[in-house]
Unconditional design. Sequence first.
Length: 221
Amino acid sequence: MRKLTEGVREFQTRYFNSHREMFEQLSQGQRPRILFITCCDSRIDPNLITQTQPGELFIMRNIGNIVPPYRATNGGEGAAIEYAVQALGIKDIIVCGHSHCGAMKGLLQLGDLAEEMPLVYDWLKYAEGTRLLLKHNYKGHEGEDLLNAAIEENVLIQLENLRTYPIIHSKIYSGQLNLHAWVYKIETGEIFVYGVERCNIQAEHGEDAVYALEKVQTTLH
Ligand SMILES: [Zn+2]
């Protein structure tokens, strides 16, 4: 805690003082254009990896960057999404997964969690679509390869879940809103961007894929 209190003092005396105008403007209201949905993992800092300032990203975090489908839960996710799109007029939603995600590791060994962490177990049920997709379509994969597939497929499935929100569906239809699937690689700082039109990225992992697929993965430099 001491590190934090020293940090607060440092923030107030240096950063705040040299950015007074920005904070004065922010006190008038917020106008973020991006809803950034990511994992609680402490190794991700959305503002750091996108080099954005306070007020630019509306951030929603939870275990595994999961979006429960519309009305599937009374949790805060739906409220945050509704507020972002309806009240703030967000133009883009990014679901950003990350390498070495503990939530995705847990999802691949769900049975072990039921007793140890019942609340995490319950929460990961909202990623059941990811778990089943992996189980049925990635049979030959294991270890890190399987985990990476889970991380990538999961962000795409969360985009599908976002589309179950009527307001999102409507705004995408009228071209007022765009969805993006990202995966941040902690060890290299890379961000991989996945095509959202297709939800089968197995061919990217399988060496003997018989059908050709357009390259869906691009890297932000
Ligand atoms: Zn994570």
